[in-house]
Design a protein. Structure first.
Length: 165
C-alpha cells in the first residue's frame, strides 16, 4: 500500500472512531435524560458507581463555570478549533493508534459541543466513588477524550522507536 493510501485508511479509521463515539455519547446522554430520569433520582448501580445528573457549564471538573451566558458558545468555539486542528493532524497520521486516539478526542469534543448547543451545558452522569470520595461526574465523550489523549501520548512515545526499526 502506498503512503497516501495508508494515510487515507487512517483518516477513515479516525473518522469512524469519532462517529461511533459521538453516537454512543449522544445515545447514553439521551438515555440518562429521558429513559432513566436521573434528574428526579440518582440510581445506585454498585457500591462504587452511581448514575446521576450533573449539568456541567464549564470544562473539565466544572472549571470556567463562571464565564456566564457566553460560556457555551466560547467553549464550543474553542472545541471546534481543536477539532479542526486534529482533523489536519489525522490527515497526516500513519498509525492506527494515533488515528484512533485522534478520533476519540474528535468524537468526544463534538459530543460535548452538541450538548452545549442543545442545552447550554454538558450532560454528565457517570459517578464513581470510593470511601465517600467522588470523582467528578463525567460522560462517554469525556472518557473518550481521556483515552484518546492517552493513545496519542503512547503513540508519541513509540514513534521514535518506529523510525529506527
Amino acid at each position: 500500500m502506498t503512503a497516501a493510501g495508508q494515510r487515507q485508511g487512517m483518516v477513515r479509521l479516525g473518522l469512524t472512531v469519532a462517529l461511533v463515539l459521538l453516537v454512543l455519547d449522544q445515545l447514553t446522554k439521551w438515555a440518562a435524560l429521558d429513559l432513566l430520569d436521573l434528574e428526579a433520582r440518582p440510581i445506585v448501580v454498585t457500591p462504587f458507581f452511581n448514575l446521576v445528573l450533573v449539568w456541567n457549564r464549564g470544562v473539565s471538573f466544572g472549571m470556567l463555570d463562571g464565564l456566564g451566558p457566553l460560556a457555551p458558545w466560547l467553549l464550543s468555539g474553542v472545541a471546534l478549533a481543536v477539532v479542526v486542528t486534529l482533523l489536519f493532524w489525522l490527515r497526516r497520521s500513519e498509525h492506527a493508534m494515533l488515528a484512533s486516539g485522534l478520533g476519540l478526542v474528535i468524537g468526544g469534543a463534538l459530543g460535548n459541543v452538541v450538548d452545549r448547543a442543545r442545552y447550554g451545558a454538558v450532560v454528565d452522569f457517570l459517578d464513581f466513588h470510593v470511601a465517600g470520595w467522588h470523582w467528578p461526574a463525567f460522560n462517554f465523550a469525556d472518557a473518550g477524550i481521556c483515552i484518546g489523549a492517552g493513545l496519542i501520548l503512547v503513540d508519541g512515545l513509540l514513534a521514535p522507536r518506529r523510525e529506527y526499526t
